[in-house]
Design a protein. Structure first.
Length: 291
């Protein structure tokens, strides 16, 4: 069975032509949700993948296409619940060859309000890979999710804006002058991580020191980037300790983010496994269309 899997985010979209559970072609586009009006989604999808549509075609979509400002709203499902439910929310379309459905996101109101879109599909893929997993899923990214999983359900979760915060400091603050390039220093990361975990309340007081160390001591930008990352992730781990402490953790992210979080968690004695985010997304979407 051939069908199309789509991960439609805020700033980009990715589409895969699937044969059962196996991807056979892939395409990317920069037309994410924030560049489109609701009436432009179907046209944008066909611009990208019209040659994949040959007769009746199943399309399953996760991510921000299901937001209120997206193609068609997929109302949030409240936790505790399974990550996916049924085949998704059907989307009205003009092209009658398309059978389109969008995966709803998840929400919680206690102990605090929180929502996710797209990550629920990664979680479904994670549980397809590790069906008996009981522990914590860490999904690092712009808005990192920490998710308590038990008996195949999402019990609770916590969002931390570490990725976006790093980008704001690196691109929009005075620190941008000292954080150029993409260098890295493991020792600087480890030191900052330990410091922020021990004294998370001092994290904000350490930030300007990155600029001062550049001006006065010629600190390398790679050391500054690693220090900033260590401070932010250390504060994140301190805030999310109830999710990961004493639990097995599966880290589901990109090749860039997984090693950093793996290093940080292993330094705390946590048993970790890793799973690429794209792989888990496809497995989650495939569970909607394959037995």
């Amino acid at each position: 069975m051939r069908w199309i899997a789509v991960d439609w985010g805020t700033t980009s979209l990715r589409a895969w032509l699937m044969d059962g559970e196996a991807p056979i072609d892939a395409r990317n586009d920069e037309r994410g949700m924030n560049r489109l009006t609701p009436d432009a989604f179907e046209r944008t999808f066909l611009d990208l993948a019209a040659d994949w549509v040959d007769g009746p075609t199943t399309v399953r979509i996760c991510g921000m296409a299901g937001a209120r400002q997206g193609w068609h709203e997929g109302p949030y499902r409240a936790v505790p619940c399974t990550p996916l439910d049924g085949a998704g929310v059907k989307v009205p379309v003009d092209d009658d060859r398309l059978d389109v459905a969008i995966v709803p996101g998840l929400s919680q109101t206690a102990p605090h309000a929180d929502v996710m879109r797209g990550e629920e599909t990664q979680i479904a893929g994670l549980l397809a890979r590790f069906p008996d997993f009981d522990g914590c899923a860490c999904l690092p990214g712009t808005h990192t999710k920490w998710v308590h999983l038990s008996a195949g359900e999402v019990v609770s979760f916590q969002t931390v804006m570490t990725g976006e915060t790093f980008q704001l400091y690196a691109k929009s603050s005075v620190l941008r002058h000292s954080l150029g390039g993409d260098g890295w220093d493991d020792d600087a990361f480890d030191t900052a991580l330990s410091e922020a975990l021990s004294r998370p309340e001092r994290m904000v007081a350490r930030l300007f020191g990155l600029r001062a160390a550049d001006l006065l001591q010629g600190q390398e930008s790679g050391a500054a980037r690693a220090t900033l990352s260590g401070l932010l992730i250390g504060a994140e781990l301190a805030a999310t300790r109830p999710w990961w402490l004493g639990r097995d953790v599966v880290i589901c992210g990109s090749d860039r983010t997984m090693p950093v979080y793996d290093r940080a968690l292993r330094a705390q004695g946590v048993t970790t496994r890793t799973l690429p985010a794209a792989e888990s997304t496809l497995a989650g979407l495939a569970s909607l269309v394959t037995p």
